[in-house]
Design a protein around this ligand. Structure first.
Ligand code: BTN
Length: 332
């Protein structure tokens, strides 16, 4: 970051420090070693970024409101993780955070690196589907994981993401969110988040995993009306309130790190009871599509490896490793 870029952040830090009182232009000018017109220029820059700064003759400047931005200055000071998101890559606009994270991974970015964007122009879902990424409404993130894991275990990181988000929504927003196998989070039967996990591996072990997640946060009913393959919703629609995306992101990151460490320490089976407890489908009749095949059965559980166990009408039990659940009994 150039010196000119850092100055407005230094001014922001000084305004934050003074907590609701005015700081004179000459104090700011002296502290950041620029002229008073220079201060004014940087204040304008902060205003353009969405910060509300009041200015009064002879009194100076006061920070009144901060934007709901996911920029590092708004997230990193409140981050209490051991390793996750310490390498923080913020992009106002990007094609896809997963693509960006894959490039970072190839360049040697560290375990736990986070890519987060305000907007994606080529957001991707599973099976190369488009992921609509409205600017500043949702959270579009990718986490780089570098642990050496057996390849068959890699898809389990989608469940870790889903479990972390469900717990955050339940604990911080009182929302009864659920997991729709294999990679969605639902509220009231409607999709609020999707996960796309991509892996690079050497023979039997992963070289790295990118766990990408899109969360619908402040989308309106109109924006969630479709056309989507599965009914969609947002946290704001469900709570009836505009939601601070900063709170959602921080709450998610803290829980993701905790669940991931539990997974590394005790294995997927340690997470399985909660994943099943929060499952949208267990005990219900569902329709799964994969390839040209469509199968109907009762969701009986999730296997120790993450396969969906489907109980067929003839009494046989079939593990389903991949596919789309297109219908859930009693669903919207
Ligand atoms: C799905 O529901 O099919 C998965 C959607 C995953 C979308 C997220 S948004 C952040 C990350 N970057 C992408 O291009 N996709 C994932």
């Amino acid at each position: 970051m150039s010196a000119a870029k850092a100055t407005h952040l230094e001014i922001l830090r000084l305004l934050r420090q003074s907590e609701g009182s005015f700081v004179s232009g000459s104090v700011l000018a002296e502290k950041v070693a620029i002229s008073r017109p220079g201060v004014w220029k940087h204040i304008n820059r902060l205003k353009q970024m969405g910060y509300e700064v009041q200015s009064r003759p002879r009194r100076g400047y006061m920070l009144v409101a901060v934007p709901d931005s996911l920029a590092p200055g708004e997230i990193v000071p409140d981050l209490a993780t051991g390793w996750l998101a310490h390498s923080y890559h913020y992009l106002p606009t990007i094609g896809s955070t997963n693509d960006y994270a894959l490039i970072l991974a190839a360049e040697g970015a560290p375990h736990g690196a986070l890519v987060v964007a305000e907007q994606q122009t080529e957001g991707r879902g599973r099976l190369k589907r488009e992921w609509m990424s409205h600017p500043n409404r949702g959270i579009y993130l990718s986490i780089l994981l570098r642990d050496l894991l057996p390849i068959r275990v890699a898809p389990q990181s989608s469940f870790i993401g889903a479990l972390a988000l469900v717990k955050m929504l339940r604990e911080e927003f009182g929302i009864a969110a659920s997991i729709k196998w294999p990679n969605d989070v639902l509220i009231g039967g409607r999709k609020v988040a999707g996960i796309l996990t991509e892996t690079q591996s050497d023979q039997d072990f992963t070289r790295f995993i990118v766990m990408g997640m899109g969360i619908n946060v402040n989308h309106s009913r109109e924006e969630m009306a479709g056309p989507f393959r599965y009914p969609a919703t947002s946290i704001a629609i469900e709570t009836g309130l505009a939601v601070k995306r900063q709170k959602v992101l921080l709450g998610f990151l803290h829980r993701f790190e905790r669940e991931y460490e539990r997974f590394l320490g005790s294995g997927f089976s340690a997470l399985l009871p909660e994943i099943e407890q929060y499952s949208e489908m267990l005990g219900k009749t569902i329709t799964v599509v994969y390839g040209n095949r469509q199968i109907v059965g009762k969701a009986a559980g999730i296997s120790a490896e993450g396969a969906l166990l489907l109980l067929r009408e003839d009494g046989s039990q079939e593990p389903v490793w991949a596919g789309d659940v297109v219908r859930i009994e009693g669903g919207v």
